[in-house]
Write a protein that binds this ligand. Structure first.
Ligand code: PPE
Length: 306
């Protein structure tokens, strides 16, 4: 997906012209994947642009950094302010936001402690993650031959750059075989998540999703959908999911900041339900988009207006 360039990128406290936002080739992050990041969206509303679940994303950024013993040289409030400042400087009504905390230039060798912890924030327009019609029509996906990381190897709860090498294996395989996305199983064979999304299934009116034990990123959209579903009176069950449960689900969908709520219409060429967006997926999508677009009262306090 080509990047929609904006004007400025925030780097270590300053707004830098887009083309000049560069780092040294010997930065630790380039060689060893030493970076933690976030991805969130700012939506266009009648009351102006609003960032969705800013507080929670910044919180997760700090948690990811903590797991990797990286001390972010800013407070959460300062990061939140910097995000808002960057969106404003770029004059964007709606955008995707990519804050990244990484080990920069200083020393070579695995030991990261001698390298500075740097922070950058980019904001840019990003359309539908899994294809222009994906949220309306659904996507065709496969179960990946790659597993998600084993527990106590690469921490899945940290949104760390290095984890995305595993995601890339899943994604490349899927795309090469003509699918839009891959669903990874964990090392025990239970359903985990997509390369960049959490997964939900609907069976007999109930909503199912893998728990954190299934080596998933604790998705903020996942949390959003769980909250919305419960408030709509839909029972939500977090449980280890067998691969075959995927095929016999009535409905399936991905969640993510980039993917939002994207229906899955087939898995391994097996049609899910009747191959169309199911009624519960549709209901959750309607509720989700009404909240993020500011059309429905923000009773959860999830929007931060610029
Ligand atoms: N699992 C993974 C592995 C993941 O990368 C994401 C987000 C999620 C689940 C959903 O989490 P959340 O966004 O908090 O609901 N993936 C981000 C990056 C995608 C990319 O290609 O870059 C995103 O959606 O922003």
């Amino acid at each position: 997906m080509p990047i929609n360039e904006a004007k400025y990128i925030w780097m270590d406290g300053k707004l830098i012209p887009w083309q000049e936002a560069k780092i040294h080739i010997l930065s630790h992050v380039i060689h060893y994947g030493t970076g933690v990041f976030e991805g969130l969206r700012c939506y266009k509303t009648k009351k102006g642009p609003a960032v969705f679940r800013l507080k929670e994303h910044t919180e997760r950024l700090f948690n990811s950094a903590k797991i990797y013993r990286m001390e972010i040289p800013y407070t959460k409030e300062e990061i939140n302010k910097a995000i808002i400042e960057t969106i404003k400087a770029n004059g964007l009504e709606e955008c995707y936001i990519r804050p990244i905390v990484y080990r920069g230039y200083g020393e070579i060798g695995v030991n990261p402690f001698g390298c500075p912890v740097c922070v950058a924030i980019a904001t840019f327009y990003w359309g539908k993650y899994l294809g222009s019609q994906a949220t309306e029509e659904g996507v065709d996906v496969m179960v990946s031959s790659w597993n998600r990381m084993a527990p106590n190897t690469f921490p899945a709860m940290a949104k760390v750059c290095a984890n995305y090498m595993n995601s890339q294996l899943i994604k490349m395989e899927a795309v090469t075989y003509g699918f839009v996305e891959g669903i990874a199983l964990d090392i025990f064979g239970f359903v985990s998540e997509g390369s960049g999304e959490n997964i939900f299934l609907v069976k007999n009116g109930k909503l199912y999703t893998p728990p954190l034990n299934a080596t998933i990123l604790p998705g903020i959209t996942r949390d959003t959908v769980i909250r919305i579903a419960k408030d709509l009176g839909i029972e939500v069950i977090e449980m280890m999911i067998l691969r075959e449960f995927l095929y016999i689900a009535d409905e399936a969908f991905f969640t993510g900041s980039a993917a939002e709520i994207t229906p899955i219409r087939s898995i391994d060429r097996i049609k899910i339900g009747d191959g169309k967006v199911g009624p519960i997926t549709k209901k959750l999508q309607e509720e989700f988009f009404a909240i993020v677009n500011g059309e429905k009262e923000d009773k959860y306090g999830w929007l931060t207006y610029l």
